[in-house]
Design a protein around this ligand. Structure first.
Ligand code: HEM
Length: 329
């Protein structure tokens, strides 16, 4: 079971990266239907199939490269769905065979429900023409799946960190706050990305021009009606506001997580927690550097994908920290 969960965890990370790559190569609508592609199980390649595709979807010209990006993400996500199903089956069978087993069963079932919901969000992403709320929820759902798989991996571990470090336990509230702040910052990042607001501000540290006088909070979270949301539908001021909020969020995140890391470093006695502190510090610095590089170099594909990937790693590192601080001695 541990190996299955470990494999699924790594696989989930790959699915997240493929998802970011799909969105950033503007391939989210590479296949206009779901779950197939132009009515086929794979991208139509033969002339005969392409003729059928053009007739069936006259408003969505076929771009085979974009269609492949989309389909590879779908195949990988589908495989992850089967992996999570296998985890749930093993967990239920294990519980039926040894009802006293302390190994988790509810968590694998929650994961299975979550992955089904993720599949539905993936479908709505296409059928609702990249509606930003759906795109952002799909990102958050992917990160939640990754976090729960990591939690399950930890819980399947027989090794127990010597608990009872009362000094560290005092930091549980702060660690929980840092987790909430990071989730909020990820959601803001998802909103910026889903609304194509990445290049709305090109200067550091906050934004160029009189950004405060253009600030439009209600507009930034409004959802104008549109036939398609590809490339965004919000005005410049609204996109600028989304972008500025994500930058201010980065400052708050740095302060809260930084304070937690400072307290952890000075309180932790075990090497385990010191290593954990070091890893989170490293991830935070890399994430901030990637965020700034997104702005300075106008969203290069590799940097934007890496900003998504490191965001996911930062999140699970905080999930792991919260779990280790809270579990019983
Ligand atoms: C700890 C701090 C940060 C976290 C956790 C974080 C997280 C995220 C996440 C999860 C996304 C969505 C990525 C996607 O959908 O592919 C995002 C997008 C973005 N972030 Fe950050 N971010 C942080 C700091 C920053 C900073 C400091 C900047 C710039 C100064 C920045 C600039 C951006 C930009 C421009 C986008 C849009 C990228 C796109 O369209 O793909 N971020 N962020």
């Amino acid at each position: 079971m541990r190996n299955l969960v470990k494999f699924s965890l790594v696989f989930c990370f790959i699915v997240i990266v493929l998802g970011a790559f799909t969105r950033l190569t503007d391939a989210g609508l590479g296949c206009p239907d779901w779950p197939g592609c132009y009515g086929f199980l794979s991208v139509p390649h033969s002339e005969a199939r392409q003729t059928v595709a053009v007739e069936a979807f006259p408003d969505a010209p076929l771009d085979t490269q974009k269609a492949w990006h989309e389909m590879i993400h779908r195949y990988a996500a589908g495989t992850l769905g089967f992996l999570v199903l296998a985890i749930a089956v093993v967990a239920i069978r294990r519980k039926l065979q040894a009802s006293q087993s302390s190994k988790p069963m509810k968590l694998p079932i929650i994961l299975l429900v979550l992955i089904c919901f993720q599949a539905a969000l993936g479908m709505w992403t296409v059928t609702m023409m990249l509606q930003p709320v759906i795109v952002m929820l799909h990102l958050l759902g992917g990160f939640a799946t990754f976090s729960l798989l990591y939690l399950l991996y930890q819980r399947e571990n027989d090794f127990r960190i010597p608990g009872g470090d009362l000094n560290l336990r005092k930091l549980r509230g702060l660690a929980a706050l840092a987790l909430v702040v990071v989730v909020g910052q990820i959601a803001l990042g998802g909103w910026v990305a889903a609304n194509y607001a990445a290049v709305a501000c090109t200067e550091l540290p906050i934004c160029e021009g009189p950004w405060l006088s253009r600030f439009d909070l209600a507009g930034a979270f409004s959802l104008p009606k549109a036939a398609t949301y590809e490339f965004g539908v919000h005005s410049y001021a609204e996109r600028m506001t989304m972008h500025v909020l994500h930058r201010l969020g980065a400052i708050v995140t740095t302060l809260v997580v930084g304070y937690l890391l400072y307290k952890l470093w000075h309180t932790a006695r075990s090497n385990q927690f010191r290593t954990h502190t070091f890893i989170i510090t490293l991830l935070l610095i890399v994430q901030l550097t990637l965020g700034v590089s997104n702005v300075v170099f106008s969203l290069p594909l590799a940097v934007a994908v890496a900003h998504n990937a490191v965001g996911a790693l930062l999140l699970i590192s905080l999930v792991g920290l919260n779990y280790n601080l809270s579990r019983k001695a």
